[in-house]
Write a protein that binds this ligand. Structure first.
Ligand SMILES: Cc1ncc(COP(=O)(O)O)c(C=O)c1O
Length: 369
């Protein structure tokens, strides 16, 4: 049997008529730049997230970067970032001219260990950038309280967590701003690059809207330093169709994850992902931990199981961040998880038979690899 890590063709087949219709209507209108579907998606996605405002942009990376710039964060400032995440979470800080300060993760949820954040705050800290990794929110209640006490902005990296809930609140709606990626593989992905920022802060919203569009207030009046970071109308048309399916696709992911977890809980040698009590995890990634990870990955691939490692190198060990002065052992949990983690196939179109095959193959890999 072959089990793909992700099956975007199956997703397209499920919604083909509505996608094709939506694209045709953009073609008919020819409103390719900041067209009707972009503004409607902004309204719909803000409402979905329970946020007042939404600005669509050309990637999650730009969303994070422009939030930092719009908040005036730059040279001399520090931003707290988990040591275990995708590199974009940190390099946006560097690109804004500030310094990323890493904090270790909680080994059960893979998210920033909030109990270690306070020790990382200095007089230069301006913001904390929690990541809702793999589809589960960071522990936002104590984190936002701490940020409030220290006057810090909270930028939620919700790039992997469309529709996730924390104490009944949507990912992205709890901080100063929440940033999403619409990269094609995400729970809500476009047909190219894309992203969005949601916020309840009117001033931030207005700045972001200008910054993503050449800093303009009107056609040729440019009031702040801007960029070209607009979401294409064609992408917005695709994304509006997918937003309508997001909750049911997330429910299916949760069902499949529960099935994996039920099987693996009886299997010695496998550590399953943990959903913390406040969270409703949307399993963008279903990640287990095993010993001898690389041998297990090779065995799975050889036997038709699409799998990945998110992420093999924690940020403080990345060559690009050698200059920050961290050493091996600086963040032991991040280093340990990076050695042990495997992402298994996870998407709403997997069958129960495929899940059983993946689990069975993991079991034989543990014995034979
Ligand atoms: C945690 C995290 N942050 C940021 C990004 C950047 O998003 P994009 O690829 O849309 O720029 C991603 C996307 O992979 C991500 O997973």
């Amino acid at each position: 049997m072959n089990v793909q890590f992700l099956d975007l063709n199956a997703q397209y087949a499920a919604i083909k008529p509505s996608i094709d219709r939506a694209l045709k209507s953009v073609i008919k209108r020819q409103d390719f730049i900041l067209g009707r579907d972009v503004s409607v998606l902004e309204e719909e996605f803000a409402a979905y997230c329970g946020s007042r405002y939404c600005v669509c942009l050309n990637s999650g990376t730009d969303g994070l970067f422009l939030c930092l710039k719009a908040l005036g964060i730059g040279p001399g400032d520090e931003v707290i970032v988990p040591a275990f995440t995708f590199i974009a979470t940190a390099f946006v800080v560097t690109c804004a001219g500030a310094r990323p300060v890493f904090v270790d993760i909680d080994p059960l949820t893979y998210n920033i260990d909030v109990s270690k954040v306070k020790a990382a705050i200095t007089g230069r800290t301006r913001a904390v950038l929690p990541v809702h990794l793999f589809g589960q929110c960071a522990d936002m209640e104590p984190l936002t309280r701490l940020a409030r006490e220290h006057g810090l902005a909270v930028i939620e990296d919700a790039c992997q967590a469309h529709g996730a809930l924390y104490s009944g609140k949507k990912a992205g709606s709890m901080g100063t701003a929440g940033v999403f990626s619409f990269y094609p593989t995400k729970n809500m992905g476009g047909w190219g690059d894309g992203g969005a920022v949601v916020t309840g802060n009117k001033r931030l919203f207005e700045r972001l809207r200008m910054m993503r569009d050449c800093g303009r207030r009107s056609k040729y009046e440019h009031v702040i330093l801007g960029y070209n970071s607009r979401l294409d109308t064609l992408q917005a048309a695709v994304l509006r169709i997918k937003l309508a399916h997001l909750d049911s696709w997330n429910r299916r992911r949760r069902k499949l994850a529960a099935l994996y977890t039920r099987i693996f809980s009886r299997m010695p040698g496998v550590t399953v992902p943990v959903q913390s009590p406040a969270n409703c995890h949307v399993y963008h990634i279903y990640a287990i931990q095993v010993d001898r990870r690389d041998a297990v990955v090779a065995y799975l691939k050889k036997h038709g199981v699409g799998c990945m490692v998110n992420y093999p190198i924690p940020l403080h060990r990345q060559p690009v961040y050698r200059n920050l002065g961290y050493t091996p052992g600086s963040f032991p949990q991040s280093e340990r998880i990076a050695r042990r983690i495997i992402s298994l196939p996870m998407h709403p179109f997997l069958t129960v038979r495929q899940i059983s095959y993946v689990a069975k193959t993991v079991n034989t890999a543990l014995k034979e690899a």
